[in-house]
Write a protein that binds this ligand. Structure first.
Ligand SMILES: C[S@@+](CC[C@H](N)C(=O)[O-])C[C@H]1O[C@@H](n2cnc3c(N)ncnc32)[C@H](O)[C@@H]1O
Length: 312
């Protein structure tokens, strides 16, 4: 059964028009009406796998967690239950419209731009982000900031798409057809600074940032037009329709044909590949010296009060 984590009427103004500035160019703004469907689809497609990764990292009662770009909030809600009664969760987003109703005794919602806003150093036992950094031109420096916000011994888990991990092969499978709208969407997003292959780069990046116990795993699935995956694709197509057509990447007729195909009960395609990569900050002072910490003085995300003893 499908449970909608985000349940809001689709009558918001706004759209795909990007707001410029560091970290403000997100092309699939949560203010758009399509964002409701997209957040629910993301939760349905990926939460089970994300939670499996979080469980295997050992997240438990007492941990202090940061969920970056929490979107619909389903993972932040799961974390806040998991770390009860003494743990805490801070969930951030540049647009917190879906997160506001989550406020609870151990869960703090913060409107926060991960590119520019202050982030406390060495504060979290776990930091998780999913499908946020690939959208940010500043993704490499953001990844380094996140590492700097880990406590010694703390874990970073980042999950990002890689659209090149499985390319269509029609000789092998006749339903492996790339929709022209999909290619147009990749063009528009890439032009806006999105790294559509970021998932595959994560493993190397976490290692080069000095994390230990680094590992990575990918997942993907077949999606029908009427499935959560189909809803996810459709909502992104709709939100980027004008940009794809205005940019000359696709005609209105080609767009309409692809949208119709999503309604065909026989339609199926592969989801994008979602890479999960994780690693932990060394707890030994002997290895810590290698890590280039940033020095943000202020902290609007969280205070140090009540944090769990770092010596775990
Ligand atoms: C594709 S959605 C993913 C949402 C959620 N992490 C998930 O996987 O279900 C990307 C999220 O990142 C947020 N975001 C984009 N740019 C951001 C920034 N500079 N700082 C914080 N959040 C940002 C968006 O508002 C959106 O909620």
């Amino acid at each position: 059964m499908t449970t909608n984590f985000v349940d809001m009427p689709p009558q918001f103004s706004g759209g795909a028009t990007p707001v410029l500035g560091p970290g403000m160019s997100y092309a699939l703004d949560n203010a758009a009406p399509q964002a409701v469907d997209r957040m629910n689809a993301l939760a349905e497609m990926f939460d089970v796998g994300t939670i499996r990764h979080l469980e295997s990292l050992g997240v438990t009662s007492g941990w202090r967690c940061l969920e970056v770009g929490g979107g619909g909030g389903s993972i932040a809600a799961w974390l806040s239950e998991r770390v009860e009664p003494t743990g805490q969760v801070v969930v951030t987003d540049i647009n917190t419209r879906f997160l506001e109703r989550l406020k609870g005794p151990n869960l703090e919602v913060v409107q926060h731009n991960i590119v520019t806003d202050p982030l406390p150093e060495r504060s979290f036992d776990l930091i998780h982000a999913r499908l946020v950094l690939m959208h940010l031109p500043e993704r490499d420096s953001v990844l380094a900031r996140l590492v700097g916000a880990l406590k010694p011994g703390g874990w970073l888990l980042d999950e990002e798409f890689d659209v090149t991990a499985l390319l269509a092969d029609r000789e092998l499978s006749p339903i492996d057809e790339v929709m022209k709208t999909e290619a147009a969407m990749v063009r528009v997003l890439t032009d806006r600074g999105v790294e559509m292959r970021f998932g595959r780069l994560l493993y190397g990046q976490l290692r080069s940032l000095g994390l230990t116990d680094v590992n990575s795993e990918a997942r993907l699935s077949m999606v029908g037009g009427r499935s959560a995956g189909g809803t996810f694709v459709r909502s992104a197509f709709e939100q980027l329709r004008e940009a794809m057509i205005a940019g000359g990447h696709i005609t209105a007729e080609e767009y309409a044909r692809d949208i119709k195909r999503l309604d065909d009960p026989n339609f199926a395609t592969t989801s994008p590949t979602l890479w999960a990569a994780w690693g932990r900050l060394p707890s030994s002072p002997l290895t810590l010296w290698r890590f280039p910490f940033e020095h943000d003085s202020a902290s609007t995300v969280a205070s140090e009060e009540g944090e769990r003893d770092a010596a775990n």
